[in-house]
Design a protein around this ligand. Structure first.
Ligand code: FE2
Length: 241
């Protein structure tokens, strides 16, 4: 069984599923791929009206009801993919930014082209409050691709690193492939997720392809840890070393 902590499966809320039909197609693909739980993580910018708490919780209730009606074996849990801004902690306290389910983990996203200093400060502030950030797909950031020591600094603080299955497959270009393979080799990846956006094309819910590639590169135990054990513990709110 796989556990997918990064998935844009909610209908009509961001650049993921267009409507409930597409959400259900994505749920079917997830079921066929042996995904047991998917965390819905619409893009969210603190203080914006995009993907608010109430809207997400309503959609999670609706999608789970529709999934059950269609006899699909999948559970959707609430979350967000939060842009890292200097007021993120404040936004969490106001319940504008959501954690993953009822855990103390939060999925956060850095910019794609730079890596400003406030990111380190913001993430340290979260850790001080016992909130553990999970940085989404840093292998896609061009500065990190050039210098993985940036990531080491974050890891040393206790920040978890989530890579995309698509980065191993090559969906985001050669630089992401090289970065993610080096990160895997150097034990910098804590969890792998689909970051699925659609029911067709390359960005569909798909953990098994990532599992197979990691199995070849780093062995079955590592592949199991990154696609099943660690993401399951994150959803359950258990600690990850
Ligand atoms: Fe995403």
């Amino acid at each position: 069984m796989f556990y997918d902590i990064h998935c844009h499966i909610l209908p009509g809320i961001d650049d993921g599923a267009r409507d409930m039909d597409e959400s259900i197609q994505m749920a079917l693909l997830a079921e066929q791929d042996n995904i047991e739980i998917a965390v819905a993580t619409p893009h969210h910018i603190p203080r914006s009206n995009l993907s608010g708490k109430r809207e997400i919780e309503d959609l999670v209730t609706k999608i789970n009801r529709t999934i059950t009606k269609n006899k699909i074996q999948l559970t959707v849990v609430s979350g967000q993919e939060n842009k890292i801004t200097d007021d993120l902690l404040d936004s969490i306290k106001k319940e504008d930014s959501l954690l993953i389910g009822s855990s103390n983990y939060i999925l956060v996203e850095a910019p794609f082209i730079d890596f400003p200093d406030y990111i380190h400060e913001t993430l340290s502030d979260l850790l001080d409050q016992n909130i553990r950030p999970i940085l989404a797909h840093p292998e896609r950031n061009s500065l990190i691709q050039q210098d993985l020591r940036l990531l080491e600094k974050l890891k040393d603080k206790g920040i978890l690193i989530q890579s995309n299955t698509g980065s191993f497959i090559g969906h985001y270009g050669n630089k992401s492939v090289t970065a993610v393979k080096t990160m895997l080799k150097e034990n910098m990846v804590d969890v792998v997720a689909s970051d699925a956006h659609t029911s067709t094309g390359i960005r569909v819910p798909n953990m098994s392809k990532g599992f197979k590639i990691i199995q070849k590169l780093a062995g079955e135990n590592k592949a199991f840890q990154l696609t099943s054990e660690n993401p399951h513990n994150i959803i359950l709110g258990n600690s990850i070393p």
